[in-house]
Write a protein that binds this ligand. Structure first.
Ligand code: MN
Length: 229
C-alpha cells in the first residue's frame, strides 16, 4: 500500500560532532521542577507526583528562528536541560535510568502563558499553551560520553543580552534519573524521545525581534531569534 499523500518528514535534531541526526520520537516535558519557579507562578513545590505534559515531535526548531505564534499576547521563554533517550523501556528503576540517556541538549519550552493560565484556571488541559507549532527550539545533542550527566551545572538565559534565568541543576526537585523512572511508569520510552526537564525562575515575555540565548555548561549555546509570524 502507498499513502494517499506524502507523510511528513521525520523530525530530527543534530548531534554535536557527528554527520548523523537524532530522530525525534516523542517530546515529554516536566513542569514545576524548580521551587523558585513554582513560587513565581503562584504555587508551592511538591514531590507528590511529577507534572508531565507533551509537545508534538514536529515542534522542534533547529535553525534558531521561531515565528511568533498565533493566539497569544504573552509568549514566554523557559530555558531547560533536555534529556535525549537512546534506549527505551518501561518501569525503569531510578538507579538504572541514566543508562537510557543518549545525550543532552539545551532547549526552550516556549509557552503561550496567557492560554496556559486561562486553561489551568478552568481545569482544561495545557495543550494550547504548550504544545503548538515551533514551541520546542533545541540545540544540537551532545552524547553522554562527551558531556557526562547533569547532577549539577549552571543554566543561564539572556534576552537581548540581559540575564533573565540563572540556576543550577542541583536545585531540581525531580532529578533526571527520577524523571526518566517516573515517566517510564506511565509510557514505554523509546529511543528518540526527548524530555524537557523543567525551567528555573525568571521566565518572562518575548516579542518579535527579541534574541534569546541559553547557555548550559558543557552543551552548545542555543540562540533563538523570535521572528514576525
Ligand atoms: Mn517548562
Amino acid at each position: 500500500m502507498t499513502y494517499i499523500f506524502p507523510g511528513r518528514s521525520q523530525p530530527a535534531v543534530a548531534i554535536s560532532g557527528l554527520d548523523t541526526l537524532f530522530p525525534v520520537n516523542r517530546i515529554y516535558c516536566v513542569g514545576k521542577n524548580y521551587a523558585a519557579h513554582i513560587r513565581e507562578m503562584g504555587s508551592e513545590a511538591s514531590r507528590d507526583a511529577v507534572c508531565f505534559f507533551m509537545k508534538p515531535s514536529d515542534a522542534v526548531v533547529t535553525d534558531g528562528r521561531m515565528p511568533y505564534p498565533p493566539g497569544t499576547g504573552k509568549l514566554h521563554y523557559e530555558g531547560e536541560l533536555v534529556i535525549a533517550i537512546g534506549k527505551g523501556g518501561a518501569n525503569i528503576a531510578a538507579n538504572d535510568a541514566l543508562l537510557h540517556v543518549y545525550g543532552y541538549a539545551a532547549g526552550l519550552d516556549m509557552t503561550r502563558r496567557d492560554l496556559q493560565l486561562a486553561a489551568a484556571t478552568v481545569g482544561h488541559p495545557w495543550d494550547t499553551g504548550k504544545a503548538f507549532d515551533c514551541s520546542a527550539p533545541i540545540s544540537p545533542i551532545v552524547p553522554v560520553a562527551e558531556c557526562g550527566h547533569f547532577a549539577n551545572g549552571s543554566i543561564k538565559l539572556w534576552v537581548n543580552g540581559q540575564l533573565r534565568q540563572d540556576a543550577d541543576f542541583g536545585d531540581l526537585i525531580w532529578k533526571n534519573n527520577e524523571v526518566i523512572s517516573e515517566l517510564s511508569k506511565l509510557y514505554t520510552l523509546q529511543a528518540g524521545d526527548l524530555i524537557f526537564t523543567g525551567t528555573p525562575a525568571g521566565v518572562g515575555p518575548v516579542v518579535a525581534g527579541d534574541r534569546i540565548e541559553l547557555r548550559i555548561d558543557r552543551l552548545p549555546k542555543l540562540e533563538v531569534m523570535i521572528t514576525a509570524s
